[in-house]
Write a protein that binds this ligand. Structure first.
Ligand SMILES: [Zn+2]
Ligand SMILES: [Zn+2]
Ligand SMILES: [Zn+2]
Length: 101
C-alpha cells in the first residue's frame, strides 16, 4: 500500500470527501480514510476485501475485481453495493454473485 505524506493526504482528503466519483481510480486513496483524514488504514481483520481506519474505525470495501482486475472501492458511487451478495459491484458489472452462464 502506498504511504501518503501529510500534504498529499490533506489535499486528497479535501477533494475526495466531497467528490467521491473516481475514488476507485486513485491507488493512494486505499490508505486514506475519507471520514477523518487519517492515513492509518489497515486490512480489516475477519472481513476479506475490507479496509479499516485505525483512527476512527470506519471500514469500507476495497479490493481488485475478480473478473476484470480493476479496483473496486465501496466509497465510490460507481461501485454500489450488491443487494444479493453484499459485496460491491465493479464498473464491469461483476460482484461476488455466482456468474450465470
Ligand atoms: Zn478514519
Ligand atoms: Zn470488474
Ligand atoms: Zn452480488
Amino acid at each position: 500500500m502506498e504511504q501518503l505524506d501529510r500534504e498529499s493526504a490533506r489535499r486528497l482528503f479535501e477533494v475526495y470527501r466531497k467528490q467521491r466519483d473516481g475514488i476507485r481510480k486513485r491507488p493512494e486513496l486505499a490508505s486514506l480514510c475519507l471520514i477523518c483524514g487519517s492515513v492509518h488504514v489497515a486490512a480489516k481483520s475477519g472481513a476479506p476485501g475490507m479496509l479499516a481506519c485505525c483512527n476512527c474505525g470506519f471500514s469500507w470495501y476495497r479490493y481488485d475485481c475478480p473478473a476484470c482486475g480493476r479496483t473496486v472501492d465501496g466509497r465510490d458511487p460507481h461501485n454500489p453495493g450488491c443487494r444479493v451478495c453484499g459485496w460491491r459491484i465493479c464498473t464491469c458489472g461483476a460482484c461476488s454473485c455466482p456468474v450465470e452462464s
